[in-house]
Design a protein around this ligand. Structure first.
Ligand code: NAD
Length: 481
């Protein structure tokens, strides 16, 4: 069975400990490869390589850095099929989704920042005849980048690409649950000729490798995407060390559906926004609020469409809902379905474990689940489940919809469905979220700020925001006379 390797100082290397962790295929529930069980010793070696590489990478021209990133983007595109298959096996997501969304987006991230850096400019402030100020934007140093399992290469590259473009070198840790495409990315970086030490990928557990990166005294900034509890811990370690922090955390996103919406478009998109990637996208809408006069029609049609979704083998072209990423996460989702029932929720469809056939018998599958009859402020409606589970709730007024939508500690994304232009803007203005989609979902322009408010995070990724994060502004004031 394959042993994944760390990528340090341009080489694929074993962990210092020589120990490995099991890597599961969630579709079968079987171990199919091994992950380095790295620790602070590997992080220290990676840091030393990144620090040495920073001396030259930080002064390598933007043109040259751009060329490396574009080469990596091209190699990701060239290896689309291989990477998509690896992502699907590692994560449980439908192969089709990995092929059309995850891997193309990983290539786009490198392409976007490979070209974006060429357009990144800094400011000058003239004090008329007295002085001129210009602001340099200098790469901060060795960046620590930590990513989750739900969109493995997509989110890993969303951090690494702007960091490298900005002139930082990187010590990165992908999720131990889905390490494979990060490993394949290291092979691609070697093929692209990326100078040694510019990017270092250390595999292993959050409590060991992640913690060693976050608490490293010479890593001055941390870009983290993952759960809110982990984010809180990271902030508690990194903030007193005065590290720059970007935290992209959990969500409990509302979909607000008004009766005047474009019904067919809304219905098909709401199926996507509920169950894409098994509901394991931080942007999925898990609380659906429907204007009462549309409620019964929506409920019937939505449940009927949900029942049509094919659950099963991620490699099968017909599959719409693949395997849940891990046994532990499968158990967590099932415990929330149980909780929903205890809280008085009525399961309209789904709610059960799906048993696969043959080699899929031990895989982690759950029926897409729709629940009604829950109070907006019960735990099921307040806590992140991060699975194929949504609740539906009627509302009578715009104020009530907003009150329920804004009632959680989270504030990542939201979706509004209405044809009333004035209302759309009014509600968008009042919703507590970093992202509002009106009459669409997951329509992404990589230039826009991406991130959440409240317990969904601190800071923004995307566009020049990420380049601002990975650079430090330095103002230079020149007296003119
Ligand atoms: P997680 O917080 O368990 O892990 C995320 C990463 O942090 C992993 O690489 C993990 O190994 C590492 N980690 C764990 N403990 C650590 C520690 N003490 N120090 C440093 N690193 C540590 O999250 P997850 O289960 O992998 O991902 C699911 C979560 O991610 C959900 O809450 C989801 O909403 C969130 N998410 C948010 C966004 C966003 O953009 N806001 C995007 C995707 C996922």
């Amino acid at each position: 069975m394959q042993h994944i390797k760390n990528y340090i100082n341009g080489q694929l290397v074993e962990p210092v400990s020589k120990s490995y962790l099991d890597n599961y295929n969630p579709a079968t529930g079987k171990v199919y490869s091994y992950i380095p069980d790295s620790d602070e010793k590997d992080v220290e070696i990676a840091y030393a390589a990144a620090k040495a590489a920073f001396a030259s990478w930080s002064v390598t021209s933007k043109d040259q850095r751009s060329k490396y990133l574009l080469k990596i983007a091209a190699l990701i595109e060239k290896n689309l099929d291989k990477l998509a298959l690896a992502e699907s096996i590692d994560n449980g997501k439908p192969l089709k989704l990995a092929k059309t969304v995850d891997i193309p987006r990983a290539a786009a991230n490198f392409h976007f920042y490979g070209t974006g850096i060429l357009h990144y400019a800094s400011h000058a402030h003239s004090m008329e005849e007295t002085a001129i100020n210009y602001t340099l934007r200098q790469p901060v140093g060795v960046a620590g980048c930590i990513s989750p399992w739900n969109l493995p290469l997509y989110l890993f590259s969303w951090k690494i690409a702007p960091a490298l473009a900005a002139g930082c070198t990187v010590v990165a840790k992908p999720s131990e649950v889905t390490p494979m495409t990060a490993y394949l990315l290291s092979e691609i970086c070697i093929e692209a000729g990326l100078p040694a030490g510019v990017l270092n990928i250390v595999h292993g557990l959050g409590g060991k490798v992640g913690n060693a990166i976050v608490s490293h005294k010479d890593i001055p900034l941390i870009s983290f995407t993952g759960g809110t509890v982990t984010g809180k811990h990271i902030a508690s370690v990194a903030a007193p060390m005065f590290k720059k922090l970007s935290l992209e955390l959990g969500g409990k996103n509302p979909n607000i559906i008004f009766a005047d919406c474009d019904y067919d478009k809304m219905l098909s998109t709401t199926i996507h926004s509920s169950f894409s990637n098994q509901g394991e996208i931080c942007l999925c809408g898990s609380r659906i609020f429907i204007e009462r006069k549309l409620y019964d029609k929506f409920k019937n049609d939505f449940v009927a469409k949900t029942k049509e979704l094919v659950v099963g083998n991620p490699l099968d072209d017909k599959t719409r809902v693949g395997a849940i990423v891990s046994k532990g996460h499968h158990e967590k989702i099932m415990s929330y379905i149980k909780l929903a029932e205890e809280e008085g929720g009525k399961i309209l469809c789904g709610g059960k474990i799906v048993k696969g056939a043959g080699e899929l018998a031990e895989g982690y599958y759950i029926e897409p689940t729709v629940i009604e009859g829950l109070a907006y402020n019960c735990r099921t409606n307040q806590e992140e489940i991060f699975g194929p589970v949504v609740t539906i709730t009627p509302f009578d007024t715009e104020e009530e919809a907003l009150m329920m939508a804004n009632s959680t500690v989270y504030g990542l994304a939201s979706v509004l469905w209405t044809q009333d232009l004035t209302r759309a803007h009014r509600v968008a203005n009042l919703i507590h979220a970093g992202i509002v989609w009106i009459n669409c979902w997951l329509l992404r322009d990589l230039r826009t700020p991406f991130g959440g408010v409240k317990a969904s995070g601190v800071g923004r990724e995307g566009g020049f925001e990420a380049l601002d994060f990975f650079t430090e502004p330095k103002n230079v004031c020149v007296k003119l006379s």
